[in-house]
Design a protein around this ligand. Structure first.
Ligand code: NAG
Ligand code: NAG
Ligand code: NAG
Ligand code: NAG
Ligand code: NAG
Ligand code: NAG
Length: 368
């Protein structure tokens, strides 16, 4: 009897902790490349808005699981897609790895284009398979699609938007009638192909060669989850940013994960290393960033899309710094291309430590 009772408790707690997330994968090209995903499912009320969330460096789509669990209560469906190599998505081939490090400019542009097109094909297939609704043009009502590109996931998210002309007309049309928001959450400047400032530091051997290579991605996975006590960010002075040392007064997000969550979500193997390598494709990344944000012709192909750049005030250095860079580029382009939001008190992982607030933030951008 006690065994049965314990078993029931175990099942109940297991089910409630993974909620109703379903898993799947979608083949995105003729070569059989697959992207895996988790899906919070259709909310009871229609229409609802679908968010495609793209993971960052060293953390797979499981990092979005808390907001996925809450999504149905907000008339949201959240699909966390795993970039290549993460959580069962097709790893980058030896050919692709060679291109990243040693390819010609044309090969590197083709590689980045493929990453973007794969994401577009993924979203289109999901839209068709799940009857995802169009955006009806009323900014106050739910429906349609938002893309959340988080951290280094902006490399893929912005390549997708920049290559909207490179998918079949039917795909482009389905995406154009649905995409209403592009939310760039805490990109770094180098993920946009732009230089990092002289003060930039990360616990990786590119910044500090004394960090043993074997441990650098574990170190990064801790540091990037910290809370930082920056100075007055309104000053827009890079010197007020705490570039290296986290706050001594708030536990890192990583301490808010169980061992099992850590083992499921955190990836310290080759995938973060390949992400870091891709930062060398700066000219291609910058072209994608400029096209997806500041090219009016291209923006006209996704007429409903509102672009946002958001960061927390206690995030690792690169988010608070990058928002200034994008603000300046937006102003230089004449303004009005990108909207901005700075969220008080949160760090790079607000979707883990404050999932309710995160959904309110997303909703406020989607419904605006
Ligand atoms: C499919 O694989 C071939 C051979 O590796 C490659 O040349 C081609 O670019 C790939 N196509 C796509 C869409 O990735
Ligand atoms: C890139 O080229 C360098 C030098 O030519 C070589 O040592 C390295 O193995 C190459 N890397 C890849 C991934 O092909
Ligand atoms: C698909 O969604 C539309 C509304 O967006 C609805 O009218 C239609 O019945 C749905 N079709 C299926 C097969 O669920
Ligand atoms: C923060 O910086 C802004 C802009 O330079 C300035 O107006 C404001 O007074 C500063 N706030 C504090 C508390 O120093
Ligand atoms: C903007 O995008 C259009 C369509 O892709 C392209 O033809 C044009 O060259 C781009 N403009 C700039 C300034 O890059
Ligand atoms: C840990 O995450 C939960 C949400 O799942 C949140 O309520 C809690 O405040 C977080 N703890 C810390 C220390 O941030």
């Amino acid at each position: 009897m006690r065994t049965i009772f314990t078993l029931v408790l175990f099942i109940v707690s297991t089910v409630s902790s993974v909620s109703s997330l379903s898993q799947g994968s979608i083949v995105v090209d003729a070569n059989g490349t697959q992207l895996t995903y988790t899906d919070s499912g259709a909310p009871d009320s229609h229409p609802y808005t679908t968010i495609f969330a793209v993971n960052g460096m060293g953390f797979n789509g499981g990092i979005f699981s808390k907001i996925q669990t809450l999504a149905p209560s907000r008339q949201l469906r959240i699909v966390a897609v795993n970039r290549r190599g993460y959580a069962g998505s097709t790893p980058l081939s030896t050919y692709e790895q060679n291109v990243i490090l040693n390819g010609t400019a044309d090969q590197q542009a083709e590689f980045s284009r493929n990453i973007g097109v794969e994401l577009l094909m993924f979203m289109d297939e999901f839209i068709q398979d799940h009857n995802i609704s169009v955006f009806n043009g009323d900014k106050n009502s739910a429906g349609g699609v938002a893309v959340v590109a988080w951290s280094i996931g902006n490399m893929a998210g912005l390549s997708a938007i920049a290559h909207i002309e490179d998918v079949p007309e039917a795909t482009r049309s389905r995406l154009a009638s649905r995409i209403r928001s592009l939310i760039m959450q805490e990109s770094s400047s180098n993920a946009l192909g732009l230089p990092a400032p002289a003060q930039n530091w990360v616990p990786l051997d590119i910044s500090d060669p004394t960090i043993p290579a074997a441990h650098q991605y574990t170190a990064f996975a801790q540091w990037v989850t910290a809370y930082f006590d920056h100075g007055n960010l309104s000053s827009r002075d890079p010197d007020v940013i705490s570039w290296v040392v986290p706050s001594s007064f708030t536990p890192f997000t990583i301490f808010n994960m169980t061992v099992s969550q850590y083992n499921t979500i955190v990836d310290t193997s080759i995938n973060p290393a390949l992400d870091a390598d891709q930062l060398a494709l700066a000219p291609v990344l910058e072209a994608n960033y400029r096209a997806s944000n500041f090219n009016s012709t291209l923006r006209g192909l996704l007429p409903h899309m509102e672009n946002w750049f958001i960061t927390g005030t206690r995030s690792a250095s690169f988010g608070p710094y990058c928002i200034w860079v994008v603000e300046d580029d937006n102003a230089a382009a004449g303004g009005g291309f990108v909207n901005f939001m700075t969220i008080d008190g949160v760090n790079h992982f607000m979707h883990w430590d404050d999932p309710e607030l995160t959904l309110s933030v997303y909703q406020s951008m989607i419904l605006s």
